[in-house]
Design a protein around this ligand. Sequence first.
Ligand SMILES: [Zn+2]
Length: 135
Amino acid sequence: MQQAILISKDQINLLSKHAKEASPNESCAILFGKIEKDHFRVKDVFLTKNIENSPVTFTISNDELIKGYQEAEKRQLDVVGIFHSHPDSEAYPSVTDQKFMEINPVPWVIFSNKTEQFRAYVFESKIIPFVLSVQ
Ligand SMILES: [Zn+2]
């Protein structure tokens, strides 16, 4: 069972830059990588556009989702996480996030522009914090 999601400092920097550029709206990205025995390892970050242009929700277009999955398959990678940012609140899943986390049971990584913190969560019958290890 995977106990953590491993991400590099460069990937973290790329995601926080993406979040700051999208502010005051939420930003989003798909995390590609490898599902290993006891962890998920992020290999690449696929930055996406929040088509809602909203400070409180995000949606990735179907076109970008398809493109993302095709790109992952081409590189023989899996989708190991969903990233989005909270421009003006803590890095904790909103009610809307929780609903979508149930449908997408991969780790969800949230960055708060407000606290500049990254947090990860996963849905396992309820929302539980997940270890995000920056390496
Ligand atoms: Zn959210």
